[in-house]
Design a binder for this molecule. Structure first.
Ligand SMILES: Cc1ncc(C[n+]2csc(CCOP(=O)(O)OP(=O)(O)O)c2C)c(N)n1
Ligand SMILES: [Mg+2]
Length: 569
């Protein structure tokens, strides 16, 4: 029978291999069964282990860290519902292609389904959201076992990262006693890992150059369609892609309809206000393209989605290195599994008339928007952040209206901040924890979030106190889900208010006090700017708005934009 020393020897080798592969961050949660896992991670000097009371928060914190760095982050928790609380983050990681290593502690097989405490069925707990699942049994720490565990760690790490990144789940059988009676021997059966600190297995990235025929075909498509557009959506993994796309769009003189989540809303070809422009049917029809080049996720904007759906005459080509299907309307004709940088032309296109028709309208829209937003409002806050955040900042945007307002009101900038959002599954859960995870990567981080999303992940604020992390939280408090006022359900009276809008009347100043954050209520654009510039440590800057007034304001802004572009049709 293997004993506790065998378990610890094995886990030390496993964790050493993770560190050799490049893992630097682990998020632990407390429990008994997970003791050997958690202690092994915490005692590996190359890994920083942060502690999280709530596994749901821990899961999203790891997601934010892995999103910001692109490197897998390990999660370790005890058995039972603790492991189930990782599910939302695991699902988001699967949908958004974020590498995670989920390490759950379990009882050995003979103690499952026999009434042992805190034991649930953890086999394939996350279903198809886990890219790979493996059951890690316990054995004596023989040289063969050590070699296998080292190989297993490498396999888990590379599987999370390679191809389409995502979460890998390993479920560890751990047996009592869970702590060592004696110090662990330095020597490892079999002699330890490979010489020179190399991983047991490396998986060098192989990048196949696209075939010449493909490149020729793409070039011919671009040359043969004078009215092409590029649509760039969320692609968080390569922070330099946005800049490259902006350069390509400029050289090809193509309108670049760029969601801020693409990092491409920059440069002379970027179009910021497509959401408003495409609400004007005449303008949208007059500017129908003959070719659409799609990069990243489909942006959130409904007018853009409907416009793309209805472009029957246009050839639509999507670029996705992992061949994901981002096309609910079935409009895409070709999915190219190559980096869109292959579009870079040899020479710049001279005729810029088509691009200028778009950018002229965009500038008119921009001026109309600025004029329509004199006071501090939800759209104004998004616009202010777009103007004021420095290029080295990272903005995390919550689902619901914040992500839509950032898409609609962020300006075109030369050097925009990085923008991240949990848009894999569009959940409002785990947003605070995700932002603290991003902040833990060392980025100067600002979170834009609604009140319901903040209430949903209020426990995430504990990271401010326990981990001492800095984060500026800009809270748009309209006492409920303002987004639902844009939907037909808003006509359903008191039932709508109670069950859909869900007002709560929370005073978030108390939450700030409880979790050790600063808190400031601001009412004007000037005081918002001052608070944003002065924010240090962990701070909540709160803006009060009214859901009904917000709906009216959005309608007024759209009307103003439509008025401004009618002359440009
Ligand atoms: C986990 C989860 N539960 C429910 C929803 C549905 N949902 C979408 S937006 C929203 C309300 C969000 O309210 P708030 O954060 O205050 O933002 P606002 O709509 O006011 O901008 C809800 C409940 C969701 N997206 N994710
Ligand atoms: Mg709200």
């Amino acid at each position: 029978m293997p004993d506790t020393t065998d378990a610890y020897l094995g886990l030390r080798a496993f964790v050493d291999e993770l560190a050799r592969c490049g893992l630097r961050e682990a998020c632990t949660s407390p429990g008994s069964r997970s003791t050997p896992l958690v202690l092994s991670l915490a005692r590996e000097p190359r890994i920083r282990a942060t502690s999280h009371v709530d596994e749901r928060c821990g899961g999203f914190f790891a997601l934010g860290l892995a999103k910001a760095t692109g490197v897998p982050v390990a999660l370790a928790c005890t058995s039972g519902t603790a492991a189930a609380n990782y599910a939302p983050a695991v699902i988001e990681a699967h949908e958004a292609r974020v590498p995670l290593l989920v390490l759950t502690a379990d009882r050995p097989p003979e103690l499952r389904e026999v009434g042992a405490g805190q034991t649930i069925d953890q086999v394939k707990l996350y279903g198809s959201a886990a890219k790979w699942y493996f059951e890690v049994d316990d054995h004596r720490a023989t040289p063969e076992r050590m070699r296998w565990l080292r190989q297993l760690a490498c396999r888990a790490f590379w599987t999370a990262l390679d191809g389409r990144p995502g979460p890998v789940h390993l479920n560890f059988s751990l047996r009592e006693p869970l702590v060592l009676e004696e110090p662990l021997p330095d020597a490892e059966p079999g002699g330890g890992g490979r010489a020179g600190g190399r991983p047991w297995v490396t998986r060098p990235r192989t990048q196949l150059a696209p075939a010449q025929t493909l490149l020729d075909g793409l070039r011919a498509a671009v040359d043969g369609h004078p009215r092409a557009v590029i649509v760039a959506g969320r692609s968080e993994r390569d922070p330099r892609l946005g800049e490259a796309l902006a350069g390509i769009a400029d050289a090809l003189a193509l309108p670049l309809l760029a969601d801020p989540l693409s990092g491409a809303r920059r440069g002379p070809a970027a179009v910021a206000h497509y959401d408003a422009l495409l609400r004007e049917p005449e303008w949208a029809a007059a500017h129908a393209p003959d070719l659409v080049l799609r990069v990243g996720d489909l942006p959130t904007s409904k007018p853009l989605r409907q416009w793309l759906h209805g472009l029957d005459g246009a050839l639509q080509i999507a670029f996705d290195a992992e061949n994901a299907w981002q096309d609910p309307a079935g409009a895409v004709a070709t999915i190219v599994s190559a980096d869109p940088r292959v579009l870079a032309p040899a020479a710049a296109r001279e005729d810029r008339g088509w691009l200028e028709a778009w950018t002229r309208a965009d500038r008119a829209a921009s001026a109309a928007i600025a004029e329509s937003l004199p006071d501090l409002s939800e759209p104004r806050v998004a616009a202010e952040l777009g103007v004021r955040l420095p290029p080295d900042a990272t903005l995390v945007v919550a689902s619901s209206m914040p992500v839509r307002d950032v898409e609609s009101f962020f300006p075109v900038r030369e050097q925009p901040p990085r923008v991240l959002s949990n848009r894999g599954a569009n959940g409002i859960d785990g947003t605070v924890s995700t932002a603290f995870g991003v902040a833990a990567s060392g980025a100067k981080t600002v979170l834009l979030i609604g009140d319901v999303a903040l209430a949903h992940d209020i426990g995430g604020l504990l990271a401010a106190r326990r981990l001492g992390l800095e984060l500026t939280i800009v809270l748009l408090n309209n006492d409920g889900g303002g987004i639902f006022h844009f939907l037909p359900v808003a006509r359903e009276g008191a039932d709508f208010e109670e069950h859909v809008a869900t007002p709560h009347g929370l005073d978030f100043a108390h939450a700030a006090r409880l979790y050790g954050l600063r808190h400031e209520l601001v009412r004007t654009p000037e005081s918002f700017r001052a608070a944003l510039d002065a924010a240090t440590g962990a701070t909540i800057i709160e803006v009060h708005t009214d859901r009904t007034a917000n709906l009216d304001l959005h309608r007024r802004v759209t009307q103003a934009v439509l008025q401004s572009v009618r002359g440009h049709a």
